[in-house]
Design a protein around this ligand. Sequence first.
Ligand SMILES: [Zn+2]
Ligand SMILES: [Zn+2]
Length: 668
Amino acid sequence: MDNERKTLDDRQKMTDLERIRHSCAHVMATAILRLWPDAQFAAGPPVENGFYYDVELSHRITPEDFGSIEAEMKKEIKANHTFEKITVTREQALRDAETGRLGALAERPGQPSKFKVGNLADIPEGEQITYFKNGDFLDLCAGPHVMRTGNIGAFKLTTVASAYYKGDEKNPQLQRIYGTAFKNKTEMEAYFAMVEEAKRRDHRKIGQEMGLFAMDAEYVGPGLPLWLPKGTAILEELEKLAKETEFAAGYVRVKTPHIAREKMYLTSGHLPVLYADSMFPPMELIEESLLKKEGGESIRADMKQLLQRAFDDVNKIPGVAEGLAEEGVTNASMVEDVLKIAERPRKVERYYLKAMNCPHHHRIFAAEPRSYRDLPLRLAEYGACYRYEQSGELFGLMRVRSLNMNDAHIYCTPEQFAQEFNAVNEMYLKYFKIFGIEKHVMRFSTHDPAKLGQKFVNEPALWIQTENMVRDVLKTSGINYMEVPNEAAFYGPKIDVQVWSVIGREFTLATNQVDFAVPARFGLTYRDKDNTDKTPLCIHRAPLGTHERFIGFLIEHYAGNFPLWLAPEQVRVLTIGEDAPLVACAKTIIADLRAKQVRAEGDFGSDKINGKIQRAEEAKVHTMLVIGPRDLEAGNVSVRVHGKGNLGAKPKAEVLAAILQSIAERQP
Ligand SMILES: [Zn+2]
Ligand SMILES: [Zn+2]
């Protein structure tokens, strides 16, 4: 939870929907005070999908109270009070907090608005202090709100939780009441329908039902998914798609180890500070002392003799022997102490699990001399990375600690940049089409010149140059994008690709980044036409994101009903009964399909065909081929497609050709 106070600038950026939701928090507070006048309110911001207001109240609010609170809220909305803005001095605000008037319907002598006093202290000196008043409810608030309570079209209280005042567990614990609000009832109903549908399509639930992946926190560790055979089938289809697409686009594949020495990440700048919290702790290689190794005995004996002699000589200096005796130290004990130090193992080297593939790819660039003729160089790898996400943040496949990334790094000259970047965007659009992703936006994050040298690498000219290049490409390509100032990565502008699943839920699947700083840190150069060495630009791109997140998204997107090319079990051949000629025919079909790399299985038992069909439907098998005696005679198979039902009997050869074509074309 973000407990940082929003600046007035941030507040003005609130969207219309956020204004409605935050205004609804005021209305909810008004309603709660009508029911429980002793309520003490703290903070009530809009949040993703709604709003909350923190309240201290002797009555424990439960969902059973929501009906009566909502009834009071409706009255306040019907009254259509204006949100009246009042500017006051800090002294006035303190006086009003003292009389209990803030976050209240009237003065409450003896019950100061204690949390508002604390909120007031957070307002920087010199910043305007404002109240907002709707009806009797007066609150300390910087806004913004909608014009009138009647502008809140539809609302609903959702949950109640507990939270500490200002997020600090040393502060009192408050009740946090969540709700949501929309422009109108239709939009709200659509939202709750989407939430219900998302629950039905939960990737953790479907992933388990279909046997796609397993989590084994006890033996493998939290956030480290095991890909079961059916999930691996999907994963490998995605990898095949990426390999074919990238090969056609002129990429070359590389393979890198999962670990690297500390020097790698000190050079990239991820260590010692920037990324340290997101990396697994290092592995330290420790070397035994020479004295402990084979043959160490004789070295030890020689050292002991030498030390003995040296200490004996020192002891001959007048006064030394007496001094040592006073401290209780003898020559023999000093010799043993020195030997103990020499026997200690020593740390030799630190290795880290890689949290990103870029540094390894940079070293591949550096492995050979490069000339302008080698550029653009597009290095691709489905790279395994490990990130130390906090255990509280882990969530199914969406937040994991091991990830397989559809990664590539494109090294190019500034002249090549536009074309390369455009080709990356084209690749995205191609993928969106294959997966039926209709709504998408590229969030283009740029730097803030005021924060150069702190949040952003101090290269003012390069920032402007690369941002202009990216902006030009986005504009001319006609791709749907929005620009977000001040959110670039440290090393260059970044593009987060947001997509919406078929039920309208938003996912951030991938990030593109332009990097004009790290290649220089690694000393990467190419020999240009004019015979000078220059540093290449680097584009990081991962259109299919990570297998984990992308498959998590696809499970929801398809509700587990994958298209034929992606389905873990593509075809199941079912026999009506278990007569030998039927089974033999079915086995031939399966063998033919498997020879063409189709994931085909069979079900030849003696049980009824309806039971076999039901089992296949439950397993979300894409295509069922049913063979009965009549089909056998006619050289036919009866085709059933999951979710589409019976498509009738067709000639066997025709059906098999259609299956192969659908897979080859990756039909939706
Ligand atoms: Zn407000
Ligand atoms: Zn990268």
